[in-house]
Structure formats: C-alpha cells, structure tokens
Design a binder for this molecule. Structure first.
Ligand SMILES: Cc1ncc(COP(=O)(O)O)c(C=O)c1O
Length: 487
C-alpha cells in the first residue's frame, strides 16, 4: 500500500529525521552508561534550581524541531537527575536498570501495543504470558499460575488483595458490593508491612481499622502465634478474617516472614495467603536462600517487582495467582462494545485480569532483561548483592564509630555512633537523621533510613548489579567522615 504523504501532520516524521535524532540520543545514553561512575549519584539540586534549568514557560503555540527538543531534554535529564544506575545508589528499593530494558521500552513505545486485548496486541500478549510464566518458574511457583504485569509493588499487592477479597467474601462483591457484607472483613500483616496495605484497606472500602497490625518476633518476622490469636479474637467478635499478608523482604530490613507457618494458619481458618515479595521474592532463586522462602510456593497470590530486584527499568510489577481464574473472577467485565475472543482458539485479554483497561507493554523490557541474563546470572547477581550487604554490615560492625544493626537479604542497616562521645539515644537519632539527609544530597553515596528497635539507622538496599566491594568501603568512609562533621 502506498502511503498517502500529503497530510504532513505536525507529529509525523521522516525516517531520516527519526534516525538522526534517535542515533544522537542513543549516543548520549551510551555515554551515560559508560560514564555513570564518573557522575555524582545525584546533583542534589533544590526544586527552585531545577525549575530554573527547566525554565518557567507556557505551552508553546508553535512546535519546535525534534533535534532541538531531544538535545534540550537530554541535557535536562542527564545533568539534573538522580542516577539510580550509579554503583553507589542504595536508597529505598529502586534497581540499577538493565540497558537492554531501555531498548525494550523504545520498541514498546514504537509498536505501541495495547495489551488490554489479544486482538490489539497478539505478540505482546503472548510475551506477557511467557514473562509471567518465567517469573513464576524463577521463584519456584507453579508455572500454570495466573498473573499479570502492573506498574509496581502497590498495584501488584492491590491486585492480590482484590483477588483474595473476591475469593473469600461471603457474598458477591461484584453484584452486592461490600456494603452488603454482614461481617466486617479483616486483614492481617506484620508491623513491617509496607504502606500499600493502608491504601488498599482505605481505597477498597474497608477502612484502615480493618487492618490488624501483628507484632513481630525477635527476628523482626510476623509473630505467627500473635497472628493466630488475633484471628481467633476477630472470629469471637463476629468478624470475618479473610486475608493474611506475609512479607518476603520487608521494606526496612529485608526480613522474610515464616511463610510456611502463615500457610498453615491460613489453611486452618480458610484464609487467603498473599505474599508481598515486591522486593525480596526474586531471591528465592538463589540456592542458599531457598530455605528462607519456604512456603512462598504455597501462597494464593504473590506480588513481585521486576523493577526492583530483577533490574528492569521502572515501571514493572507483577501479581501471580495460584488459580488463574481468581483474577478473571475479580476483574472481568464484558461490555457490548468489546468484540474480543471470538476466534476458535481461546485468547487472553488482559483487561479481564487487572485494574487497567488499556495497558502498555510492560512485559517486554522484563522479558528481554530475563533473557539477556538467564537464570544462572540472576542467581549470581542477586547472590552477589546479598554478599555485598553482608560486607557493608561487617565493615560497619568492625568500625569503632559505627554500630551495625541488621543484615537481611540485600539490606544492611547501621548507625553512626562516635566512640569518643557519650550521646543519648535521642541525640544519636537526630544525628543519624541529619546524616542521612546530608548523604542524600551530597552526591557521593545514596542511602535511605530505617528505624530499628527505636534506633534511627542508615539503610543500604543493594539491588544494583554495578556495586562492588570498593563501593561498600566508600560508604563506610563517607558516612564516618560526614558524621564526624556533624558533631
Ligand atoms: C515490600 C514492598 N512492598 C511494596 C512496595 C511498593 O512498591 P512500589 O513502590 O513499586 O509501588 C515496596 C517498595 O519499596 C516494598 O518494599
């Protein structure tokens, strides 16, 4: 078919123009990858400084050349950003992203498949299904499970929460709504459960009082005896316990709950077992970690984030469900204006599996990244991150001016505690809080914080395939140097 080129819409572009702008941008990205260690982790600029670089201006009436736009945008992004791909970035839980994932996103945007329905995204839908299957296999879950790619951990956990609610509600949530429930539905998670659970309880109509925050034991895991006692109490009080959240790698310390014990309790009381493995679940593939994740494979649903410890670029989360129908029962609706699934073979239409309708192709960058490394390299990379967190912990433990606090999975926590000063706990907390602020804006290293048994600590989470032993040593040196300046 000859293309009608007479229209010449403002957004259309010749292939030569596209190549010129695209190759230049690829060169700039390649320079970023090659020189990332030479850059600061962050420029640490204040919002006003950023706005100054951005320039306060109204939306232009007239368009510009793509070359000008690409140059300006690359300058803004490459010279005013925080680089979580830097080997010394260990804040919160955001990975160094695989470069092949960036190419995946470019291809994703170029084909622009709408992964809501098979007919709109034939290859993309099948790649997403295969990605779900690979993720399940990687962590030892049943590979005939259901699953769907979502934007990240919050959405992955929401999806599991909603599937569990549909499965366990005493009446049809779809037709009657939660207002029709005679009993209050209650949900259980340890005190270390991520804040997504608050949002879920609030936004899905239960209210935050439906959450039972269970105390942790001496290993900072959910205390399963207290969990069971809370469930019994709620039953006695006429409520309906429905969901237990086990965490596999908590956001502060990387602690994995006793998942097998949670499964037993869920079986006893007929509850849905959801595991928040947004951060930690990928470590289940590492041979010497398998024991820690005992019980994960028995969960009814799991949240895991490829954009965390599988090193995919943001955004990529995933929900896995033991029974594939659980998602369809929760999310499916079939309006008359959808003409999907009319062929002889069954088709997967992902709009029936998740909160989203039109959906981007988040799976591609994950699928490409998984292939580039392969399972063995994942075992190696994740295992190395865990080893390096141990190195950080040991270095802190050995230093007279630092106090090591915890080490679990790839998270190490410690605080600055000068040996020649007699500081109160309050003073130490204030000192370490200021130290975290200073490190986060200084550009040399980036850590976040955790409060461990009342102690404000520096927290390094290594989901970073670029970090080395020398980088860990640098953190110790910088923390002590900057800490001493604050005294
Ligand atoms: C255990 C856990 N669950 C959920 C989340 C939320 O993930 P996201 O920020 O991708 O929504 C996080 C984020 O760090 C997390 O660590």
């Amino acid at each position: 078919m000859m293309r009608n080129s007479t229209r010449m819409a403002a957004l259309d572009i010749s292939s030569d123009e596209f190549k010129k702008a695209g190759y230049k941008m690829i060169d700039q990205i390649a320079n970023l990858i090659e020189g990332i260690e030479e850059k600061p982790v962050t420029y640490g600029e204040a919002p006003s400084k950023i706005r100054q670089a951005l320039k306060d201006r109204a939306m232009p009436d007239d368009g510009s050349s793509i070359h000008k736009i690409v140059d300006n945008t690359a300058d803004l992004m490459l010279n005013h950003s925080l680089f979580n791909g830097h080997p010394r970035f260990w804040g919160y839980i955001t990975a160094s992203a695989s470069p092949i994932g960036a190419l995946g996103d470019l291809l994703t945007a170029s084909v622009n498949a709408n992964c809501g329905a098979f007919v709109l995204s034939p290859m993309a839908t099948e790649i997403e299904k295969q990605t779900v299957q690979w993720l399940a296999e990687l962590i030892g879950y049943n590979n005939d499970c259901g699953g769907v790619l979502v934007s990240g951990g919050n959405m992955a956990n929401f999806t599991g929460f909603l599937a569990g609610r549909t499965a366990k509600a005493s009446t049809s949530i779809k037709t009657k709504g939660i207002g029709s429930l005679e009993k209050k539905m209650t949900v259980y998670g340890s005190k270390g459960t991520h804040t997504w659970i608050d949002k879920a309880a609030i936004l899905f109509g239960h209210g935050s009082e439906a959450i039972r925050w269970i105390d942790t034991n001496e290993h900072h895991q959910m205390d399963n005896a207290k969990l069971e006692a809370a469930i019994k109490q709620d039953l006695d009080d006429g409520h309906q316990p429905f969901l237990v959240v086990g965490t596999a790698g908590d956001v502060s310390m990387g602690v994995v709950d006793d998942l097998a014990g949670i499964r037993t309790i869920c079986d006893t009381y007929g509850l849905w077992m959801h595991v928040d493995g947004a951060y930690g679940a990928p470590a289940a593939c590492v041979p010497n970690q398998k024991e820690t994740f005992n019980g994960l494979s028995m969960a009814d649903s799991i949240a895991l984030d490829p954009h965390k410890w599988l090193y995919a670029p943001l955004e990529a989360g995933c929900t896995l469900v033991k029974d594939p129908q659980a998602l369809i029962r929760t999310f499916s609706s079939n309006p008359e204006y959808y003409n999907f699934g009319k062929t002889d073979e069954p088709e997967t239409n992902f709009f029936e599996h998740s909160l989203q309708n039109s959906r981007g192709f988040k799976a591609l960058k994950v699928w490409m990244t998984l292939q580039q490394a392969g399972r063995k390299a994942y075992e190696e990379m994740i295992g190395e991150d865990i080893r390096l967190a141990q190195v950080m912990y040991d270095l802190a433990d050995a230093h007279p001016d630092l106090e090591a606090a915890t080490h679990s999975l790839s998270i190490a926590t410690f605080r600055y505690k000068p040996s020649d000063k007699d500081l109160s706990e309050d003073q130490l907390n204030e000192l370490n809080e200021t130290l975290v602020d200073r490190l986060q804006y200084g550009g040399e290293v980036f850590v976040s914080n955790a409060v461990v048994d009342g102690k404000y600590c520096l927290r390094a989470c290594i989901t970073n395939f670029r970090t080395t032993d020398q980088d860990c040593e640098a953190l110790i040196e910088v923390a002590v140097r900057e800490g001493s300046k604050l005294i």
